[in-house]
Each structure stands twice: as structure tokens, then as C-alpha cells.
Design a protein around this ligand. Structure first.
Ligand code: G4F
Length: 324
């Protein structure tokens, strides 16, 4: 039974990847930090099938001992401070976890289990003020936030361990990927939760920031399949993972409210509080390498994604109000 270690398993991607790997017959081990507010809600349905172990990317020794103990075949790194605007409030913490955390994990693998295959979650935020449209694996980075800067470090340290230490280390440059398990602070989930609340009479407006920002939004369940495929290849490489299509925040609002028979213009209020100091205006990727080398394609369209998220939020809110 192959063993996979997932850091950040309590998040959206960690939970989808755990589902995927369990279905493939893996033994799944999740590294979790000790915290008084940890939420395991995304893992409730598989809690008896996975193993959780306490460790922290801030603590080199804890990571080394976990790698020594489980000797994983594959390691997937999702642990990070992943909310972009927060990185302006906590730039040092973001750098420590999102950048240096990758070096600590790679170092632990090099010391304790160098044959393990490694996946690093890189981000399209590294392209930031994008130098070209669409972006590919060859596009130069121009990060615009402490988060983006930290991700650039994580990306390059992964490439360097691959080249210097001959490790099987891959970096997936993932564009925004969403799902019903997305955190409520991200714009897609904020919109679907807000639209569902309005539909049920629980709210009468939705306050957002910049409606003109454009993103390449895909379904997280499709994206974890690409990560696994990267680690099954003969040779390690870096891959842009995206749909190749771009939509604005306004488009997302329109699709979500339309689906509920509402006009978003009656409810969405633009609020300066949610604007960003250094906005990334347009991100759209070119998935050609992933298509050709991995045979990877997305299965869920933009409209299906929006509807899946709206349906989930309607159901959650209906259940919540029924139990109150
Ligand atoms: O949903 P967002 O917060 O995602 P963002 O910043 O693009 O980052 C996400 O994707 C990255 C991959 O490119 C990941 F690396 C990262 O960890 C995260 O998963 O914001 C999307 C856009 C932004 O342009 C933002 O200005 O939506 C705009 N926006 C407009 N109103 C808003 C809001 N974003 C949020 N979070 N809240 C708003 O009210």
C-alpha cells in the first residue's frame, strides 16, 4: 500500500486529495498543527480512514521525525498561509510558513527519505502583474504581495532541490480552484454563500471589493488529480494547472445570482474595505503542458462549478435554519 503524507490536510485541497488517494488505495497520513481552533469538518466523512499526526512546518525536528516514521512514497505540501490579503498584515509569518516551510520539508525529505516524491503547491499569484497573457511555465514571475513572494521562494527551492539533490520534486502552478469546501473568506464562496443567504431571506445585500478582477477559476476536485499525475511521471517537472478561461468577479456574481433567479445588481454593493492595495487584475493560464504530458483535462465547467457551490450553500443554510 503506497503511503502519502499530506501537509495542510484540513484545507480544501488536502481534503479532496485525501478522498482521491483513499480511492486509489493509498495509506493517507495528514500532518496537522496543534491549535485550539482546528477544524476537521472537511475530513469528517473520512476520519476513520486517514491517520493524523501532529507536526508543524515551523519546527524542523517535528517534520524530520514524521518523515522518518512514515517513510512516505509521496509528500504533498499544502501547508501555507493562503489568504492573499492577510499576507500584508502578517508578511513575516507568511514568509516563514509559505516560503521557509517548503525548505524545511524538502530538507526533512532529503535527510530522512530522499526517494520520496514531492509535490509543492505553487500559485498563479507568482505571476502577479503578469508579464504575458496567458501565462505558461516559462512566464517570468512578478509577485505583488508577500504571499506571492513567499510562493516564488517555495517554487524555486523545489526546483533547486530537484536539480541539486536529484530529488523527484514537482511544482504545480495552480490557478484559483474552488469548491463547496472553499473557505468563506475567498470571493467565490463569499458570493455563493451571500447569494444563497439573500435567496432564503437571511440577508439583503452582499458587500464585495473589485468586481472587475479576472481569474481563471476551476474545480478543486479536478486539480488534485493533476497533482497526483505529476508524481506518477517518469521524470519530475513543473506544470501550470488551469482551465485557460478567464471570468471577472462580476461574471461570477451574475452566474450565481442568475442561477437563483435574482439580479446581482439589486444586491451587490462595492465596498472599499474589500479592495486590495496592490491588485492582481488578470490571471489566465495556458494548460498545454499538463494536457500533453499528463493527459489532464478539467471535467467541471465554470457554470457547473458555480451551481455546485450555490446548491451546497443553499443546502447548508436550509439545514442550519431548520435546526435553529
Ligand atoms: O478569492 P480571492 O481571495 O483569491 P486570490 O487572491 O486570487 O487567491 C487565491 O488564488 C490563488 C491562486 O491564484 C491562491 F494562491 C491563493 O491561495 C488563493 O487560493 O480573490 C479573488 C479576486 C481578487 O482579485 C479580489 O480583489 O476577487 C477580488 N475580490 C473582490 N471582492 C474579493 C472580494 N476577494 C475577496 N477575498 N473578498 C471580496 O470581498
Amino acid at each position: 500500500m503506497p503511503v502519502a503524507l499530506i501537509t495542510g490536510i484540513t484545507g480544501q485541497d488536502g481534503s479532496y486529495l485525501a478522498d482521491f488517494l483513499l480511492a486509489k488505495g493509498y495509506r493517507v497520513v495528514g500532518m496537522v498543527r496543534r491549535s485550539s481552533t482546528l477544524t476537521f469538518s472537511r475530513l469528517a466523512h473520512i476520519q476513520d480512514e486517514i491517520e493524523l499526526v501532529q507536526g508543524d512546518l515551523h519546527d524542523q525536528g517535528s517534520v524530520v521525525s514524521i518523515i522518518e516514521r512514515y517513510r512516505p512514497d509521496e509528500v504533498y505540501n499544502f501547508a501555507a498561509q493562503s489568504f492573499v490579503p492577510m499576507s500584508w498584515n502578517q508578511p513575516v509569518l507568511t514568509g516563514d510558513a509559505t516560503a521557509l516551510g517548503v525548505a524545511r520539508l524538502l530538507e526533512a525529505i532529503r535527510l530522512a527519505c530522499p526517494e520520496a516524491r514531492f509535490y509543492q503547491s505553487s500559485s498563479s499569484e507568482m505571476f502577479g502583474k503578469a508579464r504575458e497573457v496567458p501565462q505558461s511555465e516559462e512566464t517570468p514571475f512578478y509577485p505583488r504581495t508577500p504571499y506571492g513572494v513567499a510562493k516564488v521562494y517555495g517554487h524555486w527551492i523545489t526546483v533547486n532541490y530537484r536539480e541539486k539533490h536529484d530529488m523527484f520534486a514537482c511544482s504545480g502552478i495552480l490557478y484559483n480552484h474552488e469548491s463547496p469546501r472553499r473557505g468563506l473568506e475567498f470571493v467565490t464562496r463569499k458570493i455563493t454563500r451571500g447569494a444563497a443567504s439573500i435567496k432564503l431571506g437571511l440577508a439583503d445585500e452582499l458587500r464585495l471589493g473589485n468586481l472587475e478582477a479576472r481569474r481563471d477559476w476551476g474545480f478543486a476536485g479536478d486539480y488534485v488529480r493533476a497533482m497526483w499525475l505529476m508524481l506518477q511521471q517518469d521524470a519530475p517537472n513543473d506544470y501550470v494547472i488551469c482551465t485557460g478561461q478567464t471570468h471577472s468577479v462580476r461574471d461570477f456574481c451574475q452566474a450565481a445570482f442568475d442561477y437563483l433567479g435574482l439580479d446581482y445588481r439589486d444586491y451587490v454593493v462595492q465596498d472599499q474595505r474589500f479592495y486590495r492595495p496592490a491588485e492582481v487584475n488578470l490571471l489566465v493560464g495556458d494548460p498545454q503542458r499538463a494536457r500533453e504530458n499528463l493527459g489532464w483535462e478539467t471535467e467541471v465547467s465554470f457554470e457547473e462549478l458555480v451551481q455546485m457551490m450555490v446548491n451546497n450553500d443553499l443546502e447548508l443554510l436550509e439545514r442550519k435554519t431548520a435546526s435553529e
